[in-house]
Design a protein around this ligand. Structure first.
Ligand code: PLP
Length: 398
């Protein structure tokens, strides 16, 4: 075994990270620089929808890299045109703007809504968002987020994001004024701990926004691209949002996001939006390869079935250990621990070669690759079972 020496200090210290340095990944597995293997139920935060280093992504990257990296966003490139066409064919939207991250897609959605307000609603600019929501870490997307920890940061925030409560239509209605142009939400609040908007709430929200002439923006950065068993989550509620943002899964592990809009809402004018790497063919080639696999009805069916299997296994585990509910849909699930044991469980799991996430101290979140196998799920459940016994026993002793 070789002992690697890393200068951790060379990176800005923006979050508490364990002293593990990953070197290699394959499917549901990661290896660190000591050769230790980890079963990954985080997958880059719901990013690697086809697992680590899938052949489709590697092949798309290498083939595109040999052909064309980027001709500049001031020109069309064939790959981004193909991906835009494919996304439109698979969704209810008419036009696409590609981004390099989820936050950038949401920043674009906010600008697009404000442009719509300037053109069609006498300069209305407010976008109603939700307590607990998470839309990214640019200044505007932090302002749009309803994350408590963001509240004191980077004042003054970007104004114009009044907060309603998820699944409470009256709380949205109360905030609507002449200044309102849109309502924006995650169909499942992922970072807050996997809190789903009900299908009924999404339908009511669509009816309410339509009645008031407002845009409905769905942030599907975590829920989109097959994560919940449908290509896009809004399909579960059978609604037609005006704007959708994608990130994470669309790149299958590379930085790619997208802002999609229905024709009436796609109102950017020249000079409103752009960016050096936006729509670069290298990332778009990966997006095409990922979409090609995920949009396959058989793949989506299998993801939905795997999600139900994971859900049932988590429910059994919960019953066995006297834990709380299992929330979420497809392969975006959370287990309520009823106690703030999340950080201890995550630390134990890491030691034993299992990557788990605790978005809040009383919750574990599961976001494996969409092609995770039942055997891998069984392995994770077995390891978690043992950890729960250990953590539970430690709690009793303490
Ligand atoms: N929106 C949602 C729902 C997210 O889950 C995230 C990331 O976790 C973002 C936006 C921000 O995406 P990115 O980190 O790619 O900027």
């Amino acid at each position: 075994m070789t002992m690697a020496i890393h200068s951790y200090d060379a990176l800005m210290d923006i979050t508490a990270r364990p002293n593990v340095v990953f070197e290699r990944g394959e499917g549901s597995w990661l290896w660190d620089d000591t050769g230790k293997r980890y079963l990954d139920f985080i997958q880059g935060w719901a990013v690697n929808c086809l697992g680590h280093a899938p052949a489709a992504v590697v092949e798309a990257l290498t083939a595109q890299a040999r052909r064309l990296l980027t001709p500049s966003p001031a020109y069309y490139n064939d790959t981004s045109l193909k991906l835009a066409k494919a996304l439109i064919a698979h969704s209810r939207f008419d036009q696409v703007f590609f981004t390099n991250s989820g936050a950038e897609a949401n920043e674009g959605a906010i600008k697009l809504a404000r442009r719509y307000g300037a053109l069609h609603r006498n300069g209305a600019y407010e976008i109603i968002t939700f307590d607990g929501g998470f839309h990214g870490r640019t200044l505007a997307t932090m302002s749009a987020s309803g994350k408590k920890a963001f509240e004191p940061l980077f004042e003054p925030k970007v104004p114009g994001f009044p907060k309603a409560r998820l699944n409470d239509l009256a709380s949205v209605e109360r905030l609507i004024s002449d200044s309102t142009v849109a309502v924006m939400l995650e169909p499942i609040q992922g970072e807050a701990g996997v809190w789903p908007a009900t299908d009924q709430f999404l339908q009511q929200l669509r009816a309410l926004t339509t009645a008031h002439g407002l845009l409905l923006i769905v942030d599907e950065i975590q829920t989109g691209m097959g994560r919940t068993g449908k290509l896009f989550h809004y399909e579960h509620a059978d609604i037609e949002p005006d704007i959708m943002t994608l990130g994470k899964g669309i790149g299958g592990g590379v930085p790619l996001g997208a802002l999609l809009a229905a024709a009436h809402a796609s109102c950017f004018e020249h000079g409103d939006q752009g960016g050096t790497f936006n729509g670069n063919p290298l990332m778009c080639a990966v997006g095409l390869a990922v979409l090609d696999q995920i949009a396959n009805p058989e793949f989506l069916k299998s993801t939905a079935e795997t999600g139900l299997f994971l859900e049932s296994q988590l429910q059994r585990l919960s019953a066995r250990h006297g834990l709380g509910e299992v929330r979420g849909r497809g392969l975006l699930l959370a287990l309520d621990l009823k106690l703030p044991a999340g950080p201890a469980i995550v630390a134990q799991a890491l030691e034993q070669g299992l990557l788990l996430n605790s978005p809040r101290p009383d919750t574990l979140r599961f976001m494996p690759a969409l092609n995770v196998t039942r055997e891998e799920i069984a392995q994770m459940i077995e390891a978690l079972d043992a950890i729960l016994i250990k953590v539970g026993a430690a709690r009793l002793v303490a």
